[in-house]
Write a protein of this length. Sequence first.
Length: 378
Amino acid sequence: MGLFDKIKHAFVKDKEEEQQTEETTTQEEVTTETREEETVSTTEADVPADEQVETTEEETDSFEPEDTQKKYEKGLTKTRKTFKDRMNELFANFRSVDEDFFEEVEDTLIGADVGFDTSMRIADELRQEVKIKNAKKPATVQNTIIEKLVDLYEEEGEKEVNELNEQHNALSVFLFVGVNGTGKTTSIGKLAWQYQQEGKKVVLAAADTFRAGAIDQLVEWGKRAEVEVVRGNTGSDPASVVFDAMTKAKEEQADVLLIDTAGRLQNKVNLMNELDKIKRVIKREDPSAPHEVLLVVDATTGQNAMNQAKQFKETTDVTGLVLTKLDGTAKGGIVLAIRNELHLPVKLVGLGEKIDDLEIFDPNDFVVGLFKGLLQEE
């Protein structure tokens, strides 16, 4: 089953559930009205205590923890609404599928942060597909647009690896890079907590030595996650902190070492030289490391996140992205642009503010959560 077929299946399932809910609600309303008529003089004291307890237990049993797919659907609410609004706007004055319409499609997709190149390609493919399907109804055309987006997304991600490159029975070294303010230190802290919950031994390295606040923040996360933090004095050599952290991680037979770094993009040459020095120190201790160089970008910045990714990709060996604050933005379409234009895998996404809301990126859950609610009944 292709990815678009999965979305259609989820869409149909939701519609069936909605219909069942409506029918159940109607039936319950009728039943409630009947009961109220029959028990108009009954007071709460007339209800046996054991029956009251049973009701409470049933309500408790009905609670289910939120699964990952639900997190994606909830986290993508703002992005989905933006897509929906833009689609509504596109089809509000729909008359015919002509050249003006295709230009509007391009503008709509660009405005939804899916990227310029992606938008052009979708519009071109849509021209052909509409002719083949002889699509004239707005619902059919809209579903075709979504199908093209999903097909391209699936095609570009065919060989993409979204899992973190963890080393089994050896130390995994993950280097985090990115500009200040993107949520880099917070992401490291959340990931450390998750690994610690899995029973893994984790060490953190506070190699952003130019900001006392960054060191203090990581130390605080270390306390919260109950993991050790290797730090130096403010202004000290970041590479020396990394060397000490590598030594400590080896001595304590740690499973994971997470390294925080500075993010002064305005001083790009010095920053990249610093990162190169850090990587040389890591490789001296472990030639196979770092096993991930993770660029942290803020999803709320949309195209700025793309620009940051391009600059870092040009100057350092980024292996994947951590996309933070995805739940707080209407610009989640940037994931499509990142995959289709940068060909960098998204490895982790932030889907909330809670400590367990940093998730390994699931491309299927993402695309179903984004597009399922946008399909139209034809």
